[in-house]
Each structure stands twice: as C-alpha cells, then as structure tokens.
Design a protein around this ligand. Structure first.
Ligand SMILES: NC(=O)c1ccc[n+]([C@@H]2O[C@H](COP(=O)([O-])OP(=O)(O)OC[C@H]3O[C@@H](n4cnc5c(N)ncnc54)[C@H](O)[C@@H]3O)[C@@H](O)[C@H]2O)c1
Ligand SMILES: O=C(O)C[C@H](O)C(=O)O
Ligand SMILES: [Mg+2]
Length: 604
C-alpha cells in the first residue's frame, strides 16, 4: 500500500487536537483484532501486519487493496433485493470494517445516501426489534437512572468523545414514536457527520434515552427490545434528561451534544433549557431551519422576490415548522431592518386547527405564539383549509412539515401559481411517502415555474424536454458542517450567530443558476466541501463571539481551511502499531485519536 499524504506529519500546525494521520496504536491481535471494526482491514492486512498481529492462518493468503474490497462489497450490496436488505447489509459491514464501510459509501454516495439515511433508515428503525443482531451505541433507560453516570463514563477518557447524538425516539422522522429503535437515528446522523464532514467516527457516541413508548404496536410486540411501558412525562422525564446531560458534561466536557427527533413537547423546551449551559444543537429545529433558509435565499436569487414583501406560508407548525419560522423571521428582520414583530407579519403558520390565530392562543405551544395572526384579518374568511388560506395569503413560499402526504394538491398549487410568478414550494415531510407533494406533479401543475426542494431525495424531473435537479432540503446539508465547526473550535455554546454564519456559508454555495436545471442547494456529492466552508464560518463566528475554547486556531483564512481539512477523518487504512498489554495505559493518555473503550485496551 502506498503511504497517504496525510501520513506525513503536517509540521505547520504542531500539535493538532484530532489525529487523523500516522499510525494507530492497539493492543489487539489475532481474532480480537479481526473482530474490531475500528482496526480490521480484513484481506487488506499487509504481510508485515499479519506477522506482527498474529493473523496468519486467520486470513486467506492473498493481500488485497481497499479498492478491491470496495469492488467486492459493492457487488454484494447490489445483489441485495430491496433497499431494506441493502440497509441491513450495510449495518453488518459497519460492524465488521468501518473503513471499508465508509469508503464504499463515499464511492457511491448519491446512490447509497437514501439507503443508509432517509428514507430507508426510517424502515430500519420501525423494524429495529425484528432486524436486531448486535447492539451499537449507548442505551440509557429511565428505570436505571442511577446507572447513567457509569454507562456514559465507560466510553472513554474526557478527551475521547467529540460528539454525542441523542434521541428519545418520540418523533422519528414523520413516523412517530419508535421507542428504543431511535438508537438507529442517532447512529445514522453520526454516519452522516463522518461522511459529510469527516467527523472522526470513533470519537462519537450515539445514545438513546429510553423513557418508554406510547406506540401500541411496539408495546404489544413480544420482540420489542425497549422498556415496555408508557412514556414518562413531567419531572421524572426531565430528571432523566438532566442526569444524561450532567453525565456528558462531567465525563466529556468538550463534547458537543446533538438532539434528534424528540417529541414536540420536549424538543424546543430542552433546547431552550440547555443551549445556554452546554454546546448543543437541536437538528429538527435549528438544522432544518438553517437548510430551509439557505434554500429560500437561493430561490429568491432566481425569483427576485424581495425580503421586504415576501409572504411565507408554513403548513405544519411543529418542531421543524416553527424552527423554520424562527429562521425566516430572523432573516426578514436582518435583511430589511424590520422589528421581529413586523417580520412575523410576513409569516402565516397552519397547523391541525387551521391558521394560527390569536383567539386560539390558549391551545398553542409557546413556539407557535409569535406567529399568530389577528382574528380581524380573517373575519368572514375561512382560515381552516389550506386552499382558502393560500387564496388569501398568496404566498411566495409554501413549506410543508406536516406529515400530511399529498396536502399540496393540484388545486392548492395552482391557486398559489395564479398569484406569484415563481412559486417556491418545499414539501419537507419525511420519509418520502409523507411528502406534501411530489416534484413531477409540481412541475406539471405550475407549467415548470415551481422552484422546489424536498425533504428526501428525488430523481431529476424531466419536463418539456428539460431536466431539473431536485435538491434535497434536508438538515443533513447543514448539521455536519455546523458540528465540525463546533467540535474543532471547541465552542463553549452554540449561539444564534454561529447558526447564521452557517446559513450564509451554505446560501453562498448554492449552485442555482436560472436556465441550467441546477438545484437550489449543493448536491450531496459536494457536501464535504460545503461542510468545510460551513465549519470555517462557524469557527470564525465562535471566535468573534468569544466562544472558541480551542487556542491554536490559525488566523489566516487559507491556514484555517487547511487546519480544518487536516483534522477531517478519511476512509483509508492507517498503519497499525502494536502496543504491549503492560503499556496499554499509555493508550489512554495523550494519544488523541479514538476512544479507549473502542481501542480495545481492555479486550485483547
Ligand atoms: N427535511 C428535513 O430536514 C426535516 C427536518 C425535520 C423534520 N422533517 C419532517 O417534518 C415532519 C414534521 O416533523 P416535526 O419534528 O416537526 O414533527 P412535529 O410533530 O413536531 O410537527 C408536525 C406538525 O404538523 C402538524 N399537523 C399534523 N397534521 C396536520 C394537518 N392536517 N394540517 C396541518 N398541520 C398538521 C402537527 O400538529 C404538528 O404540529 C416530519 O415528517 C419530519 O420528517 C424534515
Ligand atoms: O432525518 C432526516 O432525514 C431529517 C430530519 O431530521 C427528520 O426528522 O426528518
Ligand atoms: Mg429529525
């Protein structure tokens, strides 16, 4: 194998907090090494390594390259008959050989993205207890609260974990309460962090908070693996989350915590509670808001609508919908100099009871309240069905986060298109089957005028001889870069200016050019580059805000970019170095690299 450029130490930066180059040390040999997904190279172990690590007789003789392994794995992958079978195959591969797993996906990113992430991951989550073979991640449950501290502590030393993704499984994608199966959304989000932003996979921790489930089917299922009881609420639930957060803070003081797919009553409340205490992020609120705002900015470049008089209609004002509304409100205020109250007057939110009105305030959640409309505006007009509301509001932008499949029907869309030249329509409800509309229909109904982005991937649309790329407006375009920036700067907190910096970097990178059929957002295959730009903006903002704890961040822009790239993990085999068991304690100190729990110090 040829040495990789990164294996030569980059002298420029001296000590880098994250080691992604040079030899990796391990105490593991023989079968234990082959069983470790972090070190296993399978048929690619060199002759030397086979000798040093006692692998002779445990492998067929031919030494292969990673490229050859990728070819074989891809053939195996394609032979699987369905997306869920492909997803299961990938999960097994990840348990065997992480480098091969990530390399395979990176080589086929566009094809595999929907299999390892939305929408197929949703199916895998729903069938978690049926498909279960081997646990991955950290399982915390509310009945064992006194063990949380130990359960979190066992994953490594204080410097070993950079990033924790946690879900309680109450609102997974648009498929609702999936209980303990939520561990798979935490894992999937971490995989995206690694693929799209080079976050070191062994320095991350996926967590599920099992507080019970209200999913009747799971409660009745003999195979269900989680706590078989209704969800805890109130003080006990809050204590559960608090114990988890405190354990993270205590054991991994530098880690950044990403909250995913919490239910509507908890998502924003927890974000508001913890965002001033730890570096944390709610993906459904903030990540979705950020990517949607960037897509709107890109659409406005084409439609030439001005922020001063743009009208926004949000259908489904839950966790994601209100997160988007917040970002739009801030953007209007920033772009026009209006007050936030005046900015809110350009936003109309619809939820189950129809348009959010002042008279309905008592029934609304606090995140919805800033967007209620005065009842007088709607005297003698229907404010319950979407079509009537569209007729009245004449929105430039219509966004769906309602989980109501097909809600943006032909009548609604054509009504919108009557009043604005270029309707901007984003059906964002995942998985695919819940989208409020499908792109080919939107093109048909608007005679090609629509500017569209969707929550899950769609193939390009052919319309009147032209081909249009459909951008995926999924938080996966933003959260990896934001996380990379937060991790590398060791941001003490993730405050709004850091998110604004990310949105700007993303909007700036939008490829859309009228008449070229390009999408509103960068393609997934470019997302690693985009993540570098987002991370750079976030790091600069963290510095300006006095939130960066990392001392050695380069001042110069080009150096900063190189410093970021240098610390991004690549899917390639690194040389291995055997450390004697009696010296194993050396592994636990200093050697920034991967968490000691996984390094196998205790195993061999
Ligand atoms: N594309 C992305 O990046 C992205 C990110 C986050 C969420 N989402 C998707 O958005 C959807 C919602 O997620 P969430 O976390 O906000 O869930 P949520 O439960 O917090 O919000 C859904 C909202 O839709 C409302 N709703 C339901 N039926 C409705 C109807 N008939 N009319 C109007 N409103 C109705 C609900 O009352 C609720 O307020 C999911 O499908 C999720 O996958 C997409
Ligand atoms: O997970 C995704 O695909 C995006 C988003 O976080 C969602 O909940 O739908
Ligand atoms: Mg989500």
């Amino acid at each position: 194998m040829t040495a990789h450029a990164k294996d030569k130490k980059n002298e420029k930066f001296g000590h880098l907090p994250l080691s992604t180059s040079g030899p990796q040390k391990t105490t593991l040999t023989g079968n234990a090494l082959l069983r470790s997904p972090y070190f296993n190279k399978g048929s690619a172990f060199t002759k030397e390594e086979r000798k040093t690590f006692k692998l002779h007789g445990l492998l067929p003789p031919n030494v292969q390259t990673l490229e050859e392994q990728v070819r074989r794995a891809y053939e195996q992958y394609t032979s699987r008959p369905s997306d869920i079978a492909k997803n299961t195959f990938m999960t097994s591969l990840k348990e065997q050989n992480e480098v091969l797993y990530y390399r395979l996906i990176l080589e086929h990113l566009k094809e595999m993205f929907s299999v390892i992430y939305t929408p197929t991951e949703g199916e895998a989550i729903a069938q978690y207890s049926q498909l279960f073979r081997r646990p991955e991640g950290c399982f915390l449950n509310i009945d064992d609260m006194d063990r949380i501290d130990d359960n979190i502590a066992q994953w490594g030393n204080p410097d070993d974990i950079d990033l924790i993704v946690v879900s309680d499984g109450e609102q997974i994608l648009g498929i609702g309460d999936q209980g303990v199966g939520a561990i798979l959304i935490s894992i999937a989000k971490l995989v995206i962090y690694t693929l799209c932003a080079g976050i070191h996979p062994s320095r991350t921790l996926p967590v599920v908070l099992d507080a019970g489930t209200n999913n009747e089917e799971l409660l009745k299922d003999d195979l269900y693996l989680g706590l078989r009881k209704p969800r805890a609420r109130g003080e006990r639930y809050d204590q559960f989350v608090e114990t988890f957060v405190n354990a993270c803070k205590k054991h991994y003081p530098k880690a950044y915590v990403h909250f995913e797919d919490f239910g509507i009553t908890n998502a924003r409340r927890l974000l508001e509670k913890y965002q001033s205490k730890i570096a944390c992020f709610n993906d459904d609120v903030q990540g979705t808001g950020a990517v949607t705002l960037a897509a709107i900015m890109a659409a406005f470049k084409v439609s030439e609508v001005k922020w001063d008089d743009a009208r926004f209609l949000l259908y489904g004002a839950g966790t994601a919908g209100t997160g988007i509304a917040d970002q739009i409100q801030d953007a209007i205020a920033q772009e026009t100099g209006k007050s936030k109250e005046d900015a809110a007057l350009q936003i109309w939110c619809v939820d189950k009871p129809g348009l959010l009105l002042e008279s309905k305030k008592d029934k609304l959640n606090p995140a919805q309240v800033p967007f209620v409309r005065k009842d007088d505006e709607w005297k003698d007009k229907s404010h319950e069905d979407l079509l009537s509301i569209v007729k009245e509001v004449k929105p430039h932008v219509l966004i769906g986060t309602s989980t109501v499949a097909g809600a943006f029907n032909k009548e609604v869309v054509q009504e919108m298109a009557k009043h604005v030249e270029r309707p901007v329509i984003f059906p964002l409800s995942n998985p695919t089957k819940l989208h409020e509309a499908k792109p080919p229909d939107l093109y048909e109904w608007t005679d090609g005028k629509v500017l569209v982005a969707t929550g899950s991937p769609f193939p390009p649309v052919e319309f009147k001889g032209e081909k249009y790329e459909i951008s995926e407006c999924n938080n996966s375009v933003t959260f990896p870069g934001i996380g990379l920036g937060a991790v590398l700067s060791r941001a003490r907190l993730l405050t709004p200016p850091l998110i604004v910096a990310a949105v700007k970097a993303l909007a700036y990178a939008a490829p859309v050019v009228e008449g070229t059929g390009s999408g509103l957002l960068p393609d997934v295959t470019d997302v690693r580059e985009i993540s570098v730009r987002i991370a750079k903006s976030v790091i600069n903002a963290a510095r300006q805000e006095g939130l960066a704890q990392e001392k050695d961040i380069p001042e110069d822009d080009a150096d900063l970019e190189e410093w970021i790239r240098e610390q991004m993990w690549d899917a390639r085999y690194r040389p291995l170095k055997l450390v004697k068991e009696e010296n194993a304690s050396a592994l636990a100190k200093g050697e920034a690299g991967i968490s000691s729990h996984r390094r196998g110090k205790m195993e061999s």
